[in-house]
Design a protein around this ligand. Structure first.
Ligand SMILES: *Cc1c(COP(=O)(O)O)cnc(C)c1O
Length: 422
């Protein structure tokens, strides 16, 4: 009994111990009220890129508060939003020309879906189907849950979720099936858009697929005039080794969603980038063709200033080299788990590493996540497995020694959990 009024996300309060308070953050660490230093191996839910409280971002926030708080974003614009939009267009895949701001990954996806539906509505084409990939995650609102994988997480809301067309995840050897099914869906002439997490499905278990398949899906979408939405909320800002994952497939989506690392993880902000065509479909003397979307905190100037500072860091600091260093370290450490019977599907993409713990039964699976979490915490590590999938997604400032500690803990904790299971 914590006596706390706070209801935490994705938390079963009946089963969790009282929560410790974090009193400060620095680099790759969280410090709790008892003075424990925890290594943040999941970038505080995938948002922190360079490290906690990067001085350039913190200074930009301080400076912005000298002149700004929230400003209405209809009728007016402001310098941080304009500079950020320009900067985003420069670093994003070619052909993305307009930037619509919102405040979370989920809202950036909602905006993308509404842009796609509005595009066809305004052109008088009756297209209203959305195609998604099996195991996808696009957010926790009703609309984004509709496009995501169905399961225990959204069973209660299922009656209100809208129907979508689902592509099978391209398992080894299954790529033709995925492509053929997309082709079939498109032939109906009803498909407005495909929404997809490029190259890696995050919350769906760090499932990696081939960049070539992504490019082939793009080709099919183009052929059928269906819009291609890249949900880069997790993959953006270097996580997969390139600024955006789409780069690895050599494609430019019609619409791109970005959020988590946009401000380096410091403040909530999201952007949905789109092509000139998508923007132009909403451009008309007829007011009914307006893009009817806003949230109160759209383009918050302080958050935009933080994101501009993030872009400066990418320009001025050796961010790519840091990413390459994390990548190389993962690669070296993962080698020791390959061929280890305790683990399956040892995999890596850029700064993300994942391996499946081979657990004896599916009933056992339900408890293994929380148990692993606790054991990692006792070893000074913040790691939150997705079921039996253990993954690391550290901030880029992580040292070789710190990453080594995480892998040693994975080795030790796996033995403890599996040892007690048999
Ligand atoms: C986290 C995530 C979202 C949702 O972002 P929120 O900021 O939590 O709303 C959407 N898509 C992907 C791929 C994500 O990883």
């Amino acid at each position: 009994m914590t006596g706390s009024a706070v209801w935490h996300p994705f938390t079963q309060h009946a089963l969790e111990p009282p929560m410790k308070r974090v009193i400060s953050t620095e680099g790759a660490h969280l410090v709790d009220e008892e003075g424990n230093r925890l290594l943040d191996m999941i970038s505080s839910w995938w948002v922190i890129t360079h490290g906690h409280r990067h001085p350039v971002i913190m200074e930009a926030i301080r400076a912005a508060t000298q002149t700004f708080d929230q400003i209405i974003f209809a009728e007016f614009s402001h310098e941080p939003a304009e500079r950020l939009a320009q900067g985003l267009i420069e670093v994003a895949p070619a052909g993305l020309k307009h930037v619509f701001y919102s405040d979370s990954g989920s809202t950036s996806v909602e905006v993308a879906l509404k842009m796609a539906l509005g595009y066809f509505h305004n052109r008088g084409e009756p297209r209203d189907r959305i195609v998604v990939m099996e195991h996808s995650y696009h957010g926790d609102t009703i609309g984004t849950m509709s496009t995501g994988e169905r399961g225990v997480f959204n069973a209660a809301y299922e009656p209100l979720l809208f129907g979508v067309d689902r592509l099978p995840f391209p398992e080894a050897g299954g790529r033709e099936r995925t492509l053929a099914m997309f082709e079939t869906f498109c032939r109906s002439g009803r498909v407005a858009a495909l929404i997809i997490e490029p190259i890696i499905l995050g919350a769906g278990g760090m499932r990696i697929y081939d960049a070539r398949l992504l490019a082939e899906l793009k080709t099919i979408a183009e052929r059928h005039g269906c819009l291609f939405i890249a949900d880069e909320v997790m993959t953006g800002w270097g996580r997969t080794g390139t600024m955006f994952a789409c780069e690895q497939a050599g494609i430019s989506p019609d619409i791109l969603c970005t959020s988590k690392g946009l401000t380096g993880g410091s403040l909530p902000l999201a952007a949905t980038l789109c092509s000139r065509d998508v923007f132009d479909a909403h451009l008309s003397a007829d007011r009914r063709k307006t893009f009817f979307h806003s949230s109160s905190y759209t383009a918050n100037p302080i958050a935009c200033a933080a994101a501009v500072a993030n872009l400066d860091i990418w320009r001025q600091e050796p961010v790519v080299e840091r990413i390459k260093a994390v990548e190389a370290l993962h690669c070296r450490h993962l080698a020791r788990f390959r061929g280890d019977a305790r683990f399956a599907d040892v995999r890596q993409l850029g700064t993300i590493a994942a391996l499946d713990l081979v657990v004896p039964s599916s009933g056992y699976l339900a408890d293994v996540g929380p148990r692993l979490r606790r054991l990692f915490r006792e070893r000074g590590l913040l790691i939150r497995p997705l079921g039996n999938v253990i993954y690391l997604m550290p901030p880029y400032c992580l040292s070789a020694e710190e990453l080594g500690r995480a892998y040693d803990a994975i080795d030790e904790v796996a033995s403890i959990v599996l040892g007690s299971a048999f």
